[in-house]
Structures are given as structure tokens and as C-alpha cells.
Design a protein around this ligand. Structure first.
Ligand code: GLY
Ligand code: MN
Ligand code: MN
Length: 445
């Protein structure tokens, strides 16, 4: 049992009450979601619960058709779907430690739910589809309310920080197993399976599809396949893989390679630069500036390693570093891997879009204590972007021979999950790797 879950629930209720009042609603009705059938098929896509529902009830991530009804000052009511169904297992009505915070009313047929909900007035509904209750016209996903709730979600409660920390501990077990498989020459498919086994997740438990990229595939930012056949030589493993703890996601990338090559030196240099940047993460920092700063650090690497013959300033100014690092520095992390509200500047929903030259930056907010974010710089050799650079004026300053020699290694990404504090950050990912290494060493003694 996590004692601070109840505190978390209190905080969610306080925030929700303020959001409801500001928007003129008396209560909230949140649906867990429903199953989506495949086209022309009677099978369903894996279920994903509504994150608004999970924020209250993370224990019910596999439970479609549940509804949470809440009015400020009252006990939240959970309409729990327990259908009379001989095809599937009807989940038993929960009686775990957390249920003391709820009034649980099981229902079987939709008509029962609708009868219970019909007399309710003044509700705002947050769900994929509104419940089909006759004669009611509740506002469905009112944007003003969503804006407030999304804005609040960036600052995590202590219990949410605990879940995110735990998700990192789990994911690191997978990364450690995957590294070993990579050094044994396993295929992408086997590495993926080894990862899932090490963290005891099913594929449908994962917060996002694992990116298991060997060699040149590491140059594909969201590489989506897993080859069954191992390559003749395994030079690089770029592994972007997470885990979930009670609904909260880890999102970790490591790039593994054997030592003693120019590519291994680049991995070490990017790791140093990433750690240097982490030293600048703290409350009050502007994330757009951190992203720009990372481009300067990366440009220094490109220059020092003889890949671009120009000063770091000129490499950034002329946009050369964007060829090698085309995505954003990071994003909010929580119930969703790319957690909502990254561009939102206030509870009313004012947006701060990223600068035109960095359109993929998902976070433009000033950092606050309690934000959990990723810091994930990359350095890739992406053929289509390299071609554009080669065809441009700046191409004359690039050492194409050195680049050509590095292309078989694909690229590098190093991604940590950190919680912002007043004067720095807590690095969930590096802490989890350090603990894992200490445990492995203790076992080896
Ligand atoms: N795994 C997706 C990302 O790093 O944002
Ligand atoms: Mn990420
Ligand atoms: Mn990632």
C-alpha cells in the first residue's frame, strides 16, 4: 500500500474542484473508455484507459465501461462494469485497500447505469464517447475544463513521483537484459522479447512501442520493426523502451556499442553533454533555452570530432546541428508518454508554440518543481537529412568521409527521466541504473 495515494487523491480533488468552479460545473463524470473493434472484424484493439480516469483510479487500467462520478465535497462514486458475460472473465468488484476512498456501485447492463445517471444535473463529462443517457445534454469534454486539468497535470504529486520512479526501476531491468542480448549478437526481435520478459510486461502493458534498432536502424527516430534475423555484425543497439507502474510511464533510451571506435567516442561525448545539460535543469529554467543550449553542446561535439569544420556558433546558426539532432530535447512525462500540456502557458489554454526552427519541441513551458520531463538529445546519421545538407551551401564545411564511415552505426539517443526540483533535478533513470549496477556487483561478489 502507498500511503500517499490518498494524499494524491485529495490533491486531485482540490485541483478538480477549482477547475470545475472556474468553468461553472457542479460535478465530473469521467469514463474509463471502451474497446475499439478492428475494421470488419470482431476482435478489438488493445484497451487504453482514459488518462483522466487513471489519474483517479490507476488500479483500473484494464477496465472499460467504468464511470467515475464526483461532486466537490462528496465521496467519489465508481460505477463499476461487471457484465453478465460467459465469453469473458467478469472482473470481481474490487475490495483492495484503495477502495475505502470510493463508493463502488457495480452495474451489469447499460440501462442500469443510465437509470443511475439520468437524474444528475450540472455535470461535465470527460470520456471518448458520452454515455448514451436519454434526455440529458451534459457538456462533453469542455475545452475550458480540459485546459485547466491538463495544465495542472504537469506538476506531479508525491505519489505520482513514486510511480514514475518505480517505472524507471522496472524499465532499467529491461535495458540491462537487452544490453546483454545485444552483446551476444541477438536479433532485434529477441532483444525485444528479452526486454519484455525481464520486466514482466505484456506487449499491451507497454506505454509505447519499443524502439529496438540495430546498426543503421538507429538512424530512424521511431523505428517500428523488429527483424527476426540478427545482422552479421551488431555495431549499435539504440533501445528506446519504457515500462509502466500503476499507469505512469518510463521513457528511457540507451545506445549501446562496443568500445574502441570513433562511434563509441561519440556516444561518450553525447553522454557527457547530456549530463552537462542535466546540470542546468531546475525550476525557473526555460525549456526552449535548454533545447538551444543542447544544440550548442552538440555543435561542439561535431566540431571537436572533426565532423564539421566550423565553429560551434556557426554550426548552430546555419542550422547544421539540426541535421544531426532534428527532434526536441524532451517532453512532459506522466500518465502519457508525451504528457499533455507541454505547450500550454496557463490554465486558460494559452499556447506557447515552439520557435519556427524547432517545430518538434513538445515542451515550451518554464520548468516548475514537480514537473517530470525527459532529457533526450540525439546525434544521428539520417540519410535523407544528410543529403539535404550535402546539397546546401553549408555542405562544403562537412567532413563527408568521416560521416560516411559512421553511418553504419546509425545514431545515438540518450534519454533520462527527471523530476524538476527548486535547485536541480532528481534523475530517476540514472539513479535506477546505479542501483541496478550496485545490486549486480553485490551478487557477483
Ligand atoms: N519514446 C518516444 C520518445 O522518446 O519521445
Ligand atoms: Mn521521450
Ligand atoms: Mn523515448
Amino acid at each position: 500500500m502507498h500511503p500517499s495515494y490518498f494524499e494524491h487523491l485529495q490533491q486531485v480533488q482540490q485541483q478538480s474542484a477549482a477547475a470545475l468552479e472556474a468553468c461553472g460545473f457542479d460535478g465530473l463524470l469521467i469514463g474509463s473508455g471502451h474497446l475499439h473493434p478492428r475494421f470488419l472484424d470482431d476482435n478489438y484493439y488493445p484497451f487504453r484507459a482514459n488518462p483522466h480516469f487513471l489519474r483517479w483510479l490507476p488500479f483500473l487500467s484494464e477496465h472499460p465501461h467504468c464511470w467515475l462520478l464526483w461532486r466537490p465535497g462528496r465521496t467519489p462514486v465508481l460505477y463499476y462494469h461487471a457484465p453478465d458475460d460467459f465469453w469473458h472473465l467478469t472482473p470481481s468488484v474490487p475490495d483492495d485497500w484503495w477502495t475505502t476512498a470510493f463508493e463502488i456501485r457495480p452495474y451489469s447492463a447499460p440501462a442500469e447505469l443510465h437509470r443511475a445517471l439520468q437524474p444528475q444535473a450540472g455535470l461535465a463529462v470527460i470520456s471518448e464517447q458520452p454515455p448514451a443517457v436519454n434526455g440529458v445534454d451534459w457538456p462533453h469534454n469542455p475545452q475550458a475544463l480540459l485546459n485547466r486539468l491538463h495544465f495542472q497535470r504537469a506538476v506531479k504529486t508525491d505519489w505520482e513521483l513514486h510511480c514514475l520512479r518505480q517505472a524507471n526501476v522496472t524499465a532499467v531491468k529491461g535495458h540491462t537484459a537487452a544490453e546483454q542480448l545485444f552483446h551476444e549478437g541477438a536479433s532485434e526481435y529477441r532483444i525485444h522479447q528479452g526486454y519484455l520478459q525481464a520486466i514482466e510486461h505484456n506487449e499491451r502493458d507497454m506505454p509505447y512501442d519499443n524502439i529496438v534498432a540495430l546498426n543503421e536502424h538507429a538512424a530512424v527516430l521511431h523505428y517500428q520493426f523488429q527483424q527476426r534475423q540478427a545482422p552479421q555484425q551488431s555495431r549499435t543497439l539504440l533501445l528506446d523502451a519504457g515500462a509502466v507502474h500503476l499507469g505512469y510511464a518510463a521513457d528511457i533510451t540507451r545506445t549501446f556499442t562496443a568500445g574502441g571506435t570513433p562511434f563509441a567516442e561519440l556516444v561518450a561525448a553525447l553522454d557527457r553533454a547530456q549530463r552537462q545539460l542535466l546540470g542546468e535543469v531546475k525550476a525557473g529554467a526555460c525549456f526552449i533555452e535548454l533545447h538551444r543550449r543542447m544544440h550548442h553542446l552538440l555543435a561542439g561535439i561535431l566540431q571537436e570530432h572533426g565532423l564539421v569544420n566550423a565553429s560551434a556558433e556557426s554550426i548552430v546558426e546555419r542550422g547544421i546541428s539540426r541535421t544531426f539532432f532534428p527532434h526536441g530535447l524532451g517532453h512532459l512525462l506522466g500518465l502519457q508518454v508525451h504528457d499533455v500540456g507541454g505547450w500550454q502557458q496557463d490554465g486558460e489554454g494559452a499556447l506557447g508554440e515552439p520557435p519556427a526552427e524547432h517545430p518538434f519541441l513538445r515542451l515550451t513551458r518554464e520548468l516548475q518543481p514537480g514537473f517530470v520531463i525527459t532529457i533526450e538529445p540525439g546525434l544521428y546519421f539520417i540519410p535523407s537529412l544528410l543529403k539535404k545538407l550535402r546539397d546546401s551551401e553549408a555542405g562544403a564545411d562537412v567532413n563527408w568521409q568521416a560521416i560516411g564511415q559512421l553511418q553504419p552505426w546509425g545514431g545515438i539517443r540518450i534519454e533520462d527521466n527527471v523530476a524538476v526540483t527548486d535547485d536541480g533535478c532528481e534523475n530517476f533513470t540514472r539513479d535506477a541504473f546505479a542501483a541496478q549496477q550496485a545490486a549486480d556487483q553485490a551478487r557477483a561478489l
